[in-house]
Design a protein around this ligand. Sequence first.
Ligand SMILES: Nc1ncnc2c1ncn2[C@@H]1O[C@H](COP(=O)(O)OP(=O)(O)OP(=O)(O)O)[C@@H](O)[C@H]1O
Ligand SMILES: [Zn+2]
Length: 724
Amino acid sequence: MAIVRVALPLPLPQVFDYTAEDAGVEDVGRCVKVPFGRGERTGLIVGLGEQAGVEIARLKAVLHIQRGVPPLPADWLELVAFVARYYHAPLGEVVALALPPGLRRADGVSDEDEDPLLGIAAEGREALAPGRRASRALALLQALAEEAGPWRRSVIRARDGGEAVGELLRRGWLEIVADPGARHEAGAQPLATPEQAAAVEAIVGAGMRFRPWLLHGVTGSGKTEVYLRLAAHALEQGRQVLMLVPEIALTPQLEQRVAQRFAAANVVSLHSALADGARSRGFVQALSGRADIVLGTRLAVFAPLPRLGLILVDEEHDASYKQQEGVRYSARDVAVWRARQRDVPVVLGSATPSLESWYHAKSERYALQGLSRRAVAATLPAVRCIDTRRIKLDEGLSPALHAAIAQRLERGEQSLVFLNRRGYAPVLSCPSCGWVSRCPHCSANLVVHLADRRLRCHHCGCDGPIPHACPSCGDQDIQPFGRGTQRIEARLAELFPQARVLRVDRDAARTRSQWEKLLDTIAAGEADLLVGTQMMAKGHDFPKLTLVGVVGADASLHAADFRAPERLFQQLMQVGGRAGRGELPGEVLIQTEYPMHPLYLQLAKHDFDAFARMALQERRAAGFPPFTHQAMLRADAPALEDAVEFLRHARRLAEERAPEGLRLYDPVPMRMTRLARRERAQLLVESDQRGPLQAFLADWVAVLYRQRTARELRWQLDVDPLEV
Ligand SMILES: Nc1ncnc2c1ncn2[C@@H]1O[C@H](COP(=O)(O)OP(=O)(O)OP(=O)(O)O)[C@@H](O)[C@H]1O
Ligand SMILES: [Zn+2]
């Protein structure tokens, strides 16, 4: 009788022992179904237990071990154990996060290749002989015959005329061919720019061993081309590539590019929007080594990859790499750990690196590679501030911006007005009694959505109709106050009736297919004037977009969060970087009341170095990360007092065991105290050294788990918090 140790997804810092008749070491890393309490749970076998004669009788037996797929390998178990240790999260919760739900439930997972590799069959060769009647099928076959092949079915489908692929298979002109093994040819590629070539050479030249690289390439410099060439190199060596992107919904173009470049490679997408079955299938393909490239969002960092040879992290500064609930891991940081563990290079790419990564590069812990020029465009866009202090704005738009847009329309080019606030107006208010539309559940205002006549909370999602009169005094003259994308869109449509105005924000692109449609419309030149939020800032490449107008950025200049300037600079440099990426020169106009603010001046000079130097100096002086290491204990409860009291108690427990140099702050309500009917407070812990901080946290969290807490109180620890 064997004892298996099982990690279960429970908020408890332990693993559970069960007996299993026929289990052995080969079952470590397998999913398992076990009885728990009065029900059943699924978990993962993370080890075998000691034979303890007396106790064995008290243990329950496992119900089912999932042996249909290979077990998760030892290095994967090490990875989740590291994440559990570093973020002080229960191992079972990390496992639950890392494994696709379908796999965890231990049901049968089909790992059939849904996307077979196709080649031209003998009958297809015959069909190519002259004299056959022209048809769609034949045209596709002829086009394919010009290339080397083989191709994944999905790659053929995505080409012009690719719908005929089914017909070709039916006629026996195409056949499923065996995977060529791990060797893959890269398809047609542009000539690398000298800087791209140098970057690839440096990274490959370093031997494809562990090394973190920071690829700092200005917007439009062609970082993707560098990733693809590095990937080609890894694939040629028979290795797998892990490519992380901030949000897969934002990068359908990238997915397509990767698939087109490596037509025979098995490219697997992994992200949370996938259906259970598809996610499990992709995961198992990665696990069995059949996936060549795994392209995904932060959770893809947990894909098991037996042949891993390279990790790429695109837009490494993006906040979405950090999970903001549950296990608060940073996929970027985990990626670096993983690269070290597997002795492979990891490339972090961005035009606006996080100050943490930049600091590592400057202190030579990361190797820095720069791309200082754009790949296609001759120059970076000209960035200018429009001083709005003494001019009258028309619904937030200055005459200068108006004129610039009119000029682009005349020339048939595209413009983007960037405003990072969706909805029509951020609040509805009553001029006579001062009533404002507050969310009943959050410390936030309800946003006016005029398009569907709703008031909506952007934090908890609650919504209701727009009232016709002030709910407090009955005045009928209630007014939307301030401006969101819908309002700018409406005004632009009035000002430029001849223009095709398109709004691009989360309301306009709720689903992936809506989003893809919007992108297609823009790429096809079927929109002249775009109004967009930060969704428009990330990675897109529209050659006809030559003007970016920035509206309402000043608000972030004075935000209380010490990371606010970094975020603002990144956002503006990214969104400005959408302008003039093709042959046409670009221009960025920033409307501001602080035209001499250093941040805007550095932006105008495209001087990321100067900005980073200044920001790092400020952080050093103030003792903020990366010069110190932080952890945040947060608590929430229906009553604020309960949350604060728990943190006070936690602080006393911390004082008893704090090592020298640990700084414990006072518990305070969070800036946005109330969220979805819960009151939230936090306690910051800091140390200049990571080691002692980590040791302290492990000890402290173990004690915290043993505390009795007020009913309905929840607490979480956030290591390396992004928001403090
Ligand atoms: N060597 C090259 N030859 C021709 N075109 C190239 C080359 N490299 C990149 N490009 C093109 O340049 C444009 C910008 O490339 P890409 O989108 O990869 O830039 P990026 O560095 O990711 O920029 P950003 O950080 O702004 O997203 C794309 O249209 C791409 O096809
Ligand atoms: Zn709310």
